[in-house]
Write a protein that binds this ligand. Structure first.
Ligand SMILES: NC(=O)c1ccc[n+]([C@@H]2O[C@H](COP(=O)([O-])OP(=O)(O)OC[C@H]3O[C@@H](n4cnc5c(N)ncnc54)[C@H](OP(=O)(O)O)[C@@H]3O)[C@@H](O)[C@H]2O)c1
Length: 309
């Protein structure tokens, strides 16, 4: 079904056309928006998407030409903060953004800003208690965006999955690990629900938009449960169960930090106040859709045109 042209007059700039950014850009373009997106590498314009340079780490930084951004009404920032250096988008593009006729700026953050809740539910009113490092940098980036005076809305995301970021390939190639840590759960969201939520919020009036929204599904649960369901869908055997406390010391610091936090992020605000209906309320519908898209012939890599919103 062709999506409704809800925002034909809007001009969207996606800063960071990576996994989520590209999927968003494709969906927005299908809805009739003019869309530009940035990359660190030169890229060919395709399917009506216009690529601009942005690289904060090159010397000198690569910036999109000022002229190309004229008339931009909406921005979504998908670039993470730089360790100890703050938010590169705000630092390098903030003055240009201030000159644009912006109606809305979505900033993709993480539920990591809540820190460890010991498995308890946490909503947007919950205390932020990030671990030092990436999550602390993220909270500081959120605060800097909110202080910018721009029409910022923060979206706190859990683990993102979707076509090309699903468990199937690792299961089949024997790289999956079935790890058990008693009581541990993770929250997650399908990339197309991030895209759907962003487009939904963009279309709302400013007074209808909460400043901070958790974009998570209904079903925080152990990773052993989701891997079990993926194996069931593939009719593939599971790897042997490993106990977290026997393997933690050999894990990378990044993996250990992932397992060190246990929380259930709530989506009550998203569903009841924002009024967004999740397309994939749990990993069960989400994994089935990933498998269909990955194996469906038109199989989607993260860089290929999306077919859903
Ligand atoms: N993945 C997750 O599970 C997860 C969970 C919670 C929050 N998040 C956050 O949500 C956002 C989107 O996630 P994602 O998984 O879609 O991210 P992604 O695929 O890694 O995309 C990140 C984008 O940022 C750009 N970028 C990175 N460093 C940059 C720099 N120094 N200068 C300019 N551009 C830079 C990348 O450019 P290139 O396209 O050139 O590579 C890419 O377009 C990110 O902020 C991420 O940290 C992700």
């Amino acid at each position: 079904m062709t999506p409704a042209l809800v925002n034909p007059g809007r001009r969207l700039l996606v800063i960071g056309g990576g996994y989520t950014g590209l999927r968003l850009a494709q969906a927005a373009q299908r809805r009739g928006m003019a869309v530009q997106l940035t990359s660190r590498e030169p890229r060919q314009d395709t399917h009506g998407l216009v690529w601009l340079p942005f690289n904060s780490a090159s010397e000198p930084p690569a910036l999109p030409p000022r002229q190309a951004l004229q008339g931009t009404t909406d921005v979504v920032v998908c670039v993470p903060p730089e360790a100890g250096l703050g938010d590169p988008v705000l630092r390098l593009l903030g003055p240009i953004l201030q000159e644009l006729p912006l109606q809305w700026l979505g900033y993709l953050s993480t539920t990591g800003v809540y820190g460890d809740t010991g498995g308890a539910w946490v909503d947007e009113t919950g205390t932020t208690a990030p671990r030092p490092g990436r999550s602390q940098d993220r909270l500081e980036a959120e605060q800097a965006w909110l202080a910018s005076g721009l029409p910022v809305q923060l979206f706190r995301l859990p683990a993102i999955y979707g076509p090309g970021r699903s468990p199937f390939e690792a299961l089949e190639s024997g790289r999956s690990r079935l790890i058990h840590k008693p009581g541990q759960v993770f929250s997650r969201v399908h990339v197309d629900d991030i895209v759907g939520c962003l487009l939904h919020c963009q279309a709302l009036s400013p007074e209808q938009r909460p400043t901070v929204v958790n974009v998570v599904d209904d079903c925080p649960c152990p990773s052993s449960e989701t891997l079990g369901y993926a194996a069931h869908l593939l009719n593939h055997k599971l790897p042997a169960m490993e106990r977290y406390d026997t393997i933690a010391a050999a894990m990378s610091p990044m993996a250990r930090s992932f397992w060190a936090e246990n929380r259930r992020a709530s989506n009550g605000l998203l569903r009841h106040t924002v009024g967004y209906t999740l397309r994939y309320p749990s990993y069960r519908e989400g994994y089935r859709a990933c498998l269909a898209e990955e194996r469906g012939g038109g199989g989607q890599s993260p860089r290929s045109p999306g077919s859903t919103t």
